[in-house]
Design a protein around this ligand. Structure first.
Ligand code: PLP
Length: 273
């Protein structure tokens, strides 16, 4: 992706997401990827998590109106060319974000592409979205999404489909696409018993596959956030969705290969040029 000239205003993007005090996932992962891609990162904070390398021990949600106000302040002033959502915490926060997105012309049929990473839990199993907020996610945000990027646990929660092979992965992509996004990306990263972890991208007409080598590391904290952030950054630079996904896959694969240990638990992916 092109880096801006010194002193020139870069492409701006926005993440609507939660803070990870351990600096691995969430807003901190998004901003790391955006900065490395030469983008200016705007942020609407949805929640502050109390979190280290071993897990999440507390969550302070931000008032829904304050989440939306961050978007409504930034977008007309600074201007953004792509938006990403990550940890959204609650149904009322999702409703406020969806209302703001419609007003600000963010979404699949509007001016600014929207990447929805439907974060439900951390890899330790700590919930990051209220159980009663799945309906709001599906009914309010999915129809606005340019692309959704669930992992296999999130696919099960959202569609009821247990992805065990290539056929069920495709069926899940069809079911997710029926919820309204322009594209559905079903990440295969957690697919059992395979050396490769193909991701499947579906737009209602055909399936695109993105194979990648499985990188066996316990230090994969923030991998999902980083993938969605790299897709968002590439869309901000004007890439089409399949090209953005291809770029982001490479970005995360390299980030996993360069991941480092941190604390007593899981270290973060480490995206590098
Ligand atoms: N914390 C926050 C704030 C997040 O947004 C996410 C993922 O989106 C996580 C934690 C979980 O990251 P992981 O599943 O990589 O541990």
């Amino acid at each position: 992706l092109p880096l801006p000239a010194s002193g020139a205003t870069p492409v701006r993007v926005m993440t609507v997401a939660g803070s990870d005090s351990g600096g691995g996932a969430g807003i901190q992962a998004d901003m790391r990827t955006f900065a490395l891609l030469g983008l200016h990162a705007c942020v609407a904070v949805t929640a502050v998590t109390v979190q280290n390398s071993t897990g999440v021990t507390g969550i302070q949600e931000i008032e829904p109106s304050v989440v939306a106000a961050q978007m409504r302040s930034v977008v007309p002033d600074i201007g953004v060319s792509a938006v990403k959502t990550g940890m959204l915490a609650s149904g009322p926060i999702i409703d406020a974000i969806a209302d703001a997105a419609v007003d600000l012309r963010i979404g699949r049929d509007a001016d600014v592409p929207l990447v929805v990473d439907p974060v439900c839990a951390s890899m330790h199993g700590d919930p990051l979205l209220a159980a009663d907020a799945l309906g709001a996610l599906k009914e309010r945000l999915f129809p606005l999404a340019t692309v959704v990027t669930p992992n296999l646990d999130e696919v099960r929660l959202l569609t009821g489909i247990d992805v065990v092979d290539a056929d069920t992965q495709r069926a899940a992509a069809v079911a997710l696409h029926a919820l309204g996004p322009r594209w559905a990306l079903v990440k295969g990263g957690h697919l059992r018993g395979s050396d490769v972890s193909p991701d499947v991208l579906y737009d209602g007409t055909g399936f695109l596959e993105f194979p990648s080598a499985r990188i066996d590391t316990p230090h994969d904290h923030g991998a999902g956030d980083t993938l969605a952030a790299a897709i968002t950054g590439a869309l901000g630079h004007g890439y089409a969705v399949p090209d953005a996904v291809g770029f982001a896959k490479q970005w995360v694969t390299r980030g996993l290969a360069a991941a480092y240990p941190l604390g007593a638990g899981h270290g973060p992916v480490n995206p590098l040029w």
